[in-house]
Design a protein around this ligand. Structure first.
Ligand SMILES: [Zn+2]
Ligand SMILES: [Zn+2]
Length: 378
């Protein structure tokens, strides 16, 4: 027993053309064999949907069906009936094109625009220093790219001649082939989808319509840019084919690690080793910041390792704002090595006259640790 055609499409008997088409489209997408490879049930449903739509979209067939039901078509039987339309390439493939044109590899666009194709996107890797990220810059880059041939203005044909309409596809750029119960469109193998063949190719581009050239582009790198940023230059990719739009150029930016500064967002960190005596007695030193100027850091008496000093506003600029981060100077204390006899004597003497107040942390540490574990074991 065949299913009711309206029921198959899930529409009311009063459904208009638009509702039918929309219902068909939804179901066809869902049950399309490409989406359900190897699923016989889906394929069967897909076929039924097609047959139902094939009948109902035709006012005459719809009227006959409304009046007589499936009996109206029983002579030819479903699938190869309908006046030779449905089973083959005729009616169905038109709907197919209509609905799946955009899904099937852009065939529709290619066909309607005479072989125009968008150019490929290009990727360019750029590495800049932290100083360059700090100040921003205009970089000149050389990009090998294919551009529209100026001799034939992209047609691929020798000037004075013109491309001929392709005999295989009659200029449509597409050919049809039956595949199972429906027909499928393919790019024409003769002309590669152009719809035209070139008998007298342009000598500069050999019929491609594009030539490869190196171009110099100016790229604006804004101050404060982060590692890993992608800059898109619209339309600076490869030229389109036969007058199609150009692709985009993407610049993948990386910021080289810096010898002295580590970056965290807009803040910078710099680890500075100072001598044990500077840490104990106090002192001063200068650091050169990314803008090339010097900043003085005062080390107070008794500075401990790990102590941070903040230089406000000496970090990285924040992208597209007037703010800047801070620079943190982190103290590392270098223990003296390779002591002379005299130095050793002095330090030993220093040790002898030291009190707990000189080193409150280390003096009390082991006593506190012992107390802690003794209390636990009680
Ligand atoms: Zn050319
Ligand atoms: Zn062709």
């Amino acid at each position: 027993m065949k299913r009711d055609l309206y029921e198959t499409l899930g529409v009311a008997k009063t459904a208009d053309e638009k509702e039918l088409k929309s219902a068909f489209r939804k179901l066809a997408m869902k049950y399309h064999p490409d989406k359900n490879p190897g699923d016989a049930a889906s394929e069967k449903t897909f076929k039924e949907i097609n047959e139902a739509y094939e009948t109902l979209k035709d006012p005459q067939k719809r009227a006959a069906y409304d009046r007589y039901g499936h009996a109206a078509f029983e002579q030819g039987g479903m699938g190869n009936g309908f006046g030779g339309g449905a089973g083959g390439a005729g009616g169905f493939s038109d709907i197919f094109e209509d609905i799946f044109g955009e899904m099937m590899g852009g065939g529709r666009q290619r066909r309607s625009s005479g072989g125009r194709e968008r150019g490929a996107d290009l990727r360019y890797n750029m590495e800049i220093s932290l100083e360059e990220a700090y100040s921003g810059k205009t970089a000149q880059i050389r990009v090998p790219t294919s551009i529209t041939c100026d001799v034939c203005t992209g047609s691929g044909a020798k000037p004075g001649t013109s491309p001929k309409t392709c005999g295989t596809c009659q200029g449509s750029g597409r050919v049809r082939a039956a595949q199972g119960f429906f027909s499928i469109e393919r790019t024409c193998p003769t002309c590669g989808g152009r719809g035209q063949t070139i008998t007298d190719p342009c000598t500069k581009c050999h019929g491609h319509g594009r030539v490869t050239e190196e171009r110099t582009l100016s790229v604006n790198i804004p101050a404060g840019i982060e590692d890993g940023t992608r800059i898109r230059l619209s339309g600076e990719g490869e030229a389109g084919v036969r007058g199609g739009p150009a692709g985009d150029l993407y610049i993948f930016l990386s910021v080289k690690p810096h010898e002295f500064y580590q970056r965290d967002g807009a803040d910078l960190y710099c680890s500075v080793p100072i001598s044990m005596t500077t840490a104990a007695l106090g002192g001063k030193f200068d650091v050169t910041t990314l803008d090339g100027t010097k900043s003085r850091v005062t080390v107070p008496e008794g500075t401990q390792a790990g102590k941070q000093f903040r230089l406000k506003g000496k970090g990285m600029p924040v992208l597209r704002s007037s703010q800047t981060g801070d620079l943190y100077i982190q103290m590392q204390i270098e223990t003296p090595q390779k002591l002379t006899k005299r130095q050793r004597e002095l330090l030993q003497e220093f040790e002898q006259i030291s009190s707990k107040d000189n080193n409150p942390e280390s003096a009390g540490f082991f006593a506190r640790m012992k107390d802690f574990f003794d209390t636990l074991s009680d």
